[in-house]
Design a protein around this ligand. Structure first.
Ligand code: DQA
Length: 153
């Protein structure tokens, strides 16, 4: 079965207590549980992983290339603005990616306006808080359903 991979980068393990005025009050665990449920309702399995370490995120992306993951939903956190290595990993394995942010980085500090992912993403969802993850899962499931429909004779 085609699976979805939800990756979260540095400091997103602190959701719930981290700058709630910007990132909301919901924990990552609650976000992941809802995202998993939404995926299941659409007939897809969602695998979730968070790390503060760039190399661990790279390893997961590389595994995704071999692991029958149809779409990567990715909030790279601050790596959004710095990581050519994560960008290269996504390009190397050729996985379809949806970029997610809780806040709207375009409306924040100048240094958050640069993303190393937006131009290689299928789409970007930002500024809707935790809802953005649910929207991304729905978009990913719709994409996979359309792709499998197109493959049927
Ligand atoms: C973030 C935005 C980034 O600029 C920031 O470094 C984060 C979270 C977001 O979800 O809004 O860690 O990706």
């Amino acid at each position: 079965m085609t699976r979805l991979l939800l990756l979260n980068g540095p400091n997103l393990n602190l959701l719930g207590t981290r700058e709630p005025g910007i990132y909301g009050a919901e924990t990552l665990d609650a976000i992941e549980r809802r995202a998993t449920q939404v995926a299941r309702e659409q007939g897809f399995e969602l695998v979730c992983f968070q790390s503060n370490a760039e190399h661990e995120l790279i390893a997961r992306i590389q595994q995704a290339g071999a692991g029958n993951f149809g779409v990567l939903i990715f909030n790279p956190g601050a790596f959004t603005h710095t990581s050519i290595a994560l960008r290269d990993a996504i390009l190397a394995v050729g996985v379809t990616m949806i970029e997610v942010h809780l806040s709207n980085p375009q409306a924040r500090e100048e240094f958050r306006r640069k993303s190393y992912f937006s131009d290689i993403a299928m789409g970007v969802i930002s500024g809707f808080g935790a809802l953005g993850y649910e929207l991304a899962v729905r978009a990913a499931c719709g994409h996979l359903a359309a792709a499998s429909g197109a493959r049927r004779p």
